[in-house]
Each structure stands twice: as structure tokens, then as C-alpha cells.
Design a protein around this ligand. Structure first.
Ligand code: NDP
Ligand code: GDR
Length: 333
């Protein structure tokens, strides 16, 4: 098949990058991904998409690179000439950002500037997607929309807010097609194992199988607008297909607490969560985001995008996937 368009995905080895790569390959794109060199393999989420680059019909290409290495990003832009860049790479863990604020600012904040500069330097008409976050709203009460004031509550949220404004600035200053997708939490069986939902669904599966007794968690009262990652990458793609670059909130419009999610996951395997969950203060954050509910009406009307999977189904599908993985019936992420 001759590729229709060429895309570069940073963060292709992450949860969203893997779903987006699948979507773009299905749409006929040639897909390039930025990966970090590690001493162990970090490509398990995309291994099923990868084929020998010597084969003629290969449309997925991986390149070593790091967001802290601006010259490498310039070289890759010149080599790949992408029509679209989806910038998903980041130090994405909010709790970890309190331990590593400097690193998080460098990668999650400045990393965006480096890639925007690489695009500007290239002079190409590349369209740019920035993975902005509901964490930028932080302490501002819900519902949160594109016009809600920002009030980040973590080094991660502050770094994302800097990247948000840099994206807007490159759009306004240089006329670049650069957009912010302000995505609320989205989860899946591919979610990193230290994020709350996945920690819960893995524990539910392991406890039900008799392989674990207790699950240690922090704040159970925080409320989040949780959707399904596989659906959210479709919204990213749609944002780069419209005529005028604009920023969009992507969310379900519903809210559930961490405790609600626990109930949903544990009930699905017939367990009483209260017998198994223990508190550990190490999972608390110095400043917490208490309540997020996105208003996705702009994405619904201008992108024709609407979340289909809500937290009850999301919790069940994630638990089912972890139960299957534990039983060895699938190793597919
Ligand atoms: P993940 O943590 O699963 O993936 C992060 C990706 O970034 C990985 O591919 C990781 O590589 C890569 N990465 C990290 N640091 C660097 C670096 N220095 N140089 C190059 N690559 C790097 O995140 P998600 O898929 O969940 O999220 C995607 C993006 O969307 C992130 O920017 C996140 O902050 C943002 N976001 C996520 C939301 C969510 O609910 N999931 C909501 C709103 C925004 P490696 O595999 O080697 O670690
Ligand atoms: P979040 O997701 O901080 O919203 O950021 P996370 O799953 O880490 O936390 C959600 C809520 O759960 C509470 N919590 C715990 N969290 C973790 N990780 N581990 C625990 O043991 C635990 N116990 C309770 C947290 O305090 C919090 O209130 C995610 C990331 O994907 C970001 O990159 C993204 O930008 C935002 O979602 C939108």
C-alpha cells in the first residue's frame, strides 16, 4: 500500500502512542516513532505492529531520540518530513513530578519547545498536536472547558501549562497549525502500572487469583473524568484534520472517585475491596487535584467526537484484560 500521509509520534511506546500508531497505520499512514534507548526493551506495547524494516510494505519506522536532545529532533524533522507530528512523549506521572520537578520541567515543558522549534526550523507545513492535560486546571472547580482558567497543582501540571502556551504562541507567532488537545484522564489495559486505575485492576485480578492479599493506595476521595484511551486517540487525529487550528477539551463529562473505581473493579471479580485495600501515605501528593469533570461539548460539535465507554465499562474491560493476562490466555497488551 502506498502511504497517504506521514506522521511522527513522540511517546509511541506509551499507552496513547501505541493506540495512535494502530489508528494511523489502519488509515494508511507511514508512521515514524521516537523511542528512547534503554538497557531493556521498552517497545512491548507496539511489538505487534512492528515488522522487519527490510520488508517492502513496512510502514512503521522507529528512531532513537530523546526530548532533551534538540539537535536530534531537528535531524529527524529533516529526515522524515512529517505531515503531522503527535507530541505525546512526557514524564507523565504527577506524583513522580514532585520528586523530579527539574527533570519534569525539562522533558514535559521544554521538550515541547524543542520539537516546536525543530518544526519551525524545518520550514515544513507540518501540523502539530500537543498532549495537553486536565491537570492544567488543577484547583479550578468543575466543569472545566476550553475557557476555564488554569491553576496547576503539580510540577507536571505547571510544565504542561508552559507547553500549552508555547503551542499557542507558535500558532499565533508563526502561523503554525499547532493545537492543544486538553485530554482528561484516559485509561486502558495498556495503562502504565503505577497509575491508579491500572494499579487497581491489576490488584483485583491478582487478589482474585490468590496471588496478592493487599493493595496500598493514597487518596481515595479524588474525583476524575475517566475515559477509554483507544477512543481518545481518534480525537487527536480529528484535531489535525480540521481547517483551522483550535484547542479542544476531550472528556466523558462524568466523574467518579478513586473509591468508586475500586468498587467497580473489585465487584467485577466478586471481591469486597474494603478487606484488601490499605492506606499508604507515600502515594499522597503535596498538593492534590480534587475534582475534574470535562465539558466535551466543543469536541462533540466541531470534531463529531463523543466518548462511548464510561467508567463502569472501562473498569470491567480493564479487569477482564488483567485477569486474562494473568491466566496466560493473552500476552497482547
Ligand atoms: P505514558 O507515560 O504511557 O507514555 C509516555 C511516553 O513518553 C513513553 O513513550 C515514554 O517512553 C516517552 N518519554 C518519556 N520521556 C521521554 C524523553 N525524555 N524522550 C523521549 N520520550 C520520552 O503516557 P500516556 O500515553 O498515558 O500519555 C501520553 C501523553 O498525554 C503524555 O504527554 C501525557 O502527559 C499526556 N496526557 C495523558 C493523559 C492520560 O490520562 N493518559 C491525559 C492528558 C494528557 P518510554 O516508554 O521509554 O518510557
Ligand atoms: P493523575 O492519575 O494524577 O490524574 O494523572 P493517577 O492515576 O496517577 O492518579 C489519579 C488519582 O488517584 C489518586 N491515587 C493514586 N494515584 C496513584 N498513581 N497511585 C496510588 O496508589 C494512588 N492512590 C490514590 C491520586 O492521588 C489521584 O488523585 C494522569 C496522568 O496520566 C497524567 O499524565 C495526565 O495528564 C492526567 O492523568 C490527566
Amino acid at each position: 500500500m502506498t502511504a497517504t500521509k506521514t506522521a511522527l509520534i513522540t511517546g509511541i511506546t506509551g499507552q496513547d502512542g501505541s493506540y495512535l500508531a494502530e489508528l494511523l497505520l489502519e488509515k494508511g499512514y507511514e508512521v515514524h516513532g521516537l523511542i528512547r534507548r534503554a538497557s531493556t526493551f521498552n517497545t512491548h506495547r507496539i511489538d505487534h505492529l512492528y515488522s522487519d524494516p527490510h520488508e517492502e510494505d513496512t510502514r512503521l519506522f522507529l528512531h532513537y531520540g530523546d526530548l532533551t536532545d534538540g539537535s536530534r529532533l531537528v535531524t529527524l524533522m529533516e529526515r522524515i518530513h512529517p505531515d503531522e507530528v503527535y507530541h505525546l512523549a512526557a514524564q507523565s506521572h504527577v506524583r513522580v513530578s514532585f520528586d523530579e520537578p527539574d527533570f519534569t520541567g525539562d522533558v514535559t515543558g521544554l521538550g515541547t519547545t524543542r520539537i516546536l522549534e525543530a518544526i519551525r526550523e524545518s520550514g515544513l507545513p507540518t501540523r502539530f498536536y500537543q498532549a495537553s492535560s486536565s491537570e492544567m486546571f488543577g484547583a479550578t472547580p468543575p466543569p472545566q472547558s476550553e475557557s476555564t482558567p488554569f491553576y496547576p497543582r503539580s510540577p507536571y501540571g505547571a510544565a504542561k501549562l508552559y507547553a500549552y502556551w508555547m503551542t499557542r504562541n507558535y500558532r499565533e507567532a508563526y502561523g503554525m497549525f499547532a493545537v492543544n488537545g486538553i485530554l482528561f484522564n484516559h485509561e486502558s489495559p495498556r495503562r502504565g502500572e503505577t497509575f491508579a486505575t491500572r494499579k487497581i485492576t491489576m490488584a483485583a485480578a491478582r487478589i482474585a487469583a490468590g496471588q496478592q492479599e493487599f493493595l496500598y493506595l493514597g487518596n481515595l476521595d479524588a474525583a476524575r473524568d475517566w475515559g477509554f484511551a483507544k477512543e481518545y486517540v481518534e480525537a487527536m487525529w480529528r484535531m489535525l484534520q480540521i481547517d483551522t487550528p483550535e484547542d479542544f477539551v476531550v472528556a466523558t463529562g462524568t466523574t467518579y472517585t478513586v473509591r468508586d473505581f475500586l468498587v467497580l473493579a473489585f465487584e467485577h471479580v466478586g471481591l469486597d475491596w474494603e478487606k484488601h485495600v490499605r492506606f499508604d501515605e507515600r502515594y499522597l501528593r503535596p498538593t492534590e487535584v480534587d475534582d475534574l469533570i470535562g465539558d466535551p461539548s466543543k469536541a462533540e460539535s466541531l470534531l463529531g467526537w463523543k466518548a462511548r465507554t464510561l467508567p463502569p465499562d472501562l473498569a470491567r474491560l480493564m479487569v477482564d484484560a488483567d485477569v486474562a493476562r494473568l491466566a496466560g490466555s493473552t500476552d497482547r497488551p
